[in-house]
Design a protein around this ligand. Sequence first.
Ligand SMILES: Cc1cc2nc3c(=O)[nH]c(=O)nc-3n(C[C@H](O)[C@H](O)[C@H](O)COP(=O)(O)OP(=O)(O)OC[C@H]3O[C@@H](n4cnc5c(N)ncnc54)[C@H](O)[C@@H]3O)c2cc1C
Length: 341
Amino acid sequence: MMRTAQWTDVAAKIAKTGATTELSVPASRLTTYRIGGMVALVVTITKAEQALALHACISDEIEVVVVGNGSNILISDDGFDGVAVVLHLGDDDTTMSVVESTEHSALLDARANIRLPMLARRSAALGWHGLEWAVGVPGSLGGAVRMNAGGHGSDMEKSLFDAELINLRSGRTARVAKQNLGLRFRGSAITDEICVVGARCQVTRGNAEQSQKEIAEIVTWRRDNQPGGQNAGSVFVNPAQTTRSAGALIDEAGLRGKRHGSAEISQKHANFIQADENARAADVVALMCEAQDTVFARTGVMMHSEVRLLGFTQEITHRFLDKHHSHLELARAQETLKSLL
Ligand SMILES: Cc1cc2nc3c(=O)[nH]c(=O)nc-3n(C[C@H](O)[C@H](O)[C@H](O)COP(=O)(O)OP(=O)(O)OC[C@H]3O[C@@H](n4cnc5c(N)ncnc54)[C@H](O)[C@@H]3O)c2cc1C
């Protein structure tokens, strides 16, 4: 663990790049769970050049992670002793433009910090079809690329054309075609040192009225089927070895509504874990452990976390990793990406 004085030195170095720095930031400000301890240093990037310069300020032993809208992250009660990089590359209103449009199709170029619901609505309003599904995902475009977010029959893999990446450790940058991002169900080969700063999505000529109707239906479906409040969406990835969803497996194990201290498996959707105000992240993790163990004991299916765990022990982090992906195709995809950056 680094001392406060060391963090102050790192922050001062980074501030020279023009990025904004803030020491000891409550994790509750960074994630939709709105819980967790302190994040040692938050760096807000307003220009890509600041991200390119970061590598000279951060030594290898300092952990760095990009935080988008924090809608898929749980930070431990002990906090995160590392750097959280936050992107503010323009406002939502100015972060998307139509490029290379023909009569039938177009590429939408957006900065990574645009929120997916905003991207979906703006694309639809312009009469482009293909991103309507994204209205229900409360993340940023950058987080969605890394997670290969999806829903309602589509996902980033289908919508994406390419992504603009910066390696925060080497200071190298590249525009990478989606085929080289190692996109898989709710994941990719993008590792912590790689920051998505922008992406181009492919859309086809549609009908604004029809797209807006589709968007309204998705919003209604979400309201009817998913809980509001403090959560990070689905906790477990739907397992590949069964047609049963993670939510169905948890429900069938009798855990819907199960409470542990300040957290509860949602009554409305069994793959969501709700946190109370000022809840303990440890209570969320305790429910994750119980769900994983109970489902495995009943069905032999090992569920893996979709939610990124930050600041937890190696034992906890490892418990929820998908080891199959970690060791095989993922490693290969990461090598390809590394060679480009
Ligand atoms: C109510 C609710 C509903 C949800 N529904 C869905 C759904 O239907 N489908 C779905 O797929 N997900 C869903 N999610 C989860 C979440 O919204 C998605 O995973 C989303 O893509 C995460 O984006 P984010 O910006 O919030 O990423 P974060 O939570 O900030 O980060 C997630 C991961 O991406 C990395 N990351 C973030 N930004 C960048 C960047 N610019 N460059 C590189 N890495 C980055 C982080 O380091 C972290 O590892 C839901 C979440 C909630 C709270």
